[in-house]
Ligand binder design. Sequence first.
Ligand code: SF4
Ligand code: SF4
Length: 143
Amino acid sequence: MIEVVSAERCIACDKCVLACPTNVFDTGADGVPVIARQDDCQTCFMCEAYCPVDALFVAPTTHPAAPGGLDETELAADGRLGSYRAHIGWGRGRTPGARLAVGPELPGAARMVAPSAQEPEPAGTTSTTAPAQAGTARKAPTP
Ligand code: SF4
Ligand code: SF4
């Protein structure tokens, strides 16, 4: 559940306000989001993931922390502010989590062949594969 918005770190970009699927935040007069409807939080971590300056902390709980239970200075000191974003590898200089993910082998994956190694298509047929261009390797989008 969303617990902390660090006014010290926030740059008032509104990304968390827009990312939240349940409209938990209001934008404060100074541009810093206010947790206005904490009970509506679904603990989806999207706000923390999108915050570019690691100003948010979503606790991995479904109920609010006890009053005084979470201290912003302590969270910042031990690296928990924005730690979800860091763990999924979003942000400049980080490795996207999808590149590190380990999962079960996909059925048929062993039969997959790179386009350059495939048999040439018979003359007169139409290719459904986009031509590979030298030096145009795809890059993962940067969040
Ligand atoms: S964790 Fe999800 S539901 Fe909760 S405030 Fe953040 S974006 Fe909204
Ligand atoms: S995403 Fe981060 S920097 Fe942007 S408004 Fe929200 S808390 Fe502030």
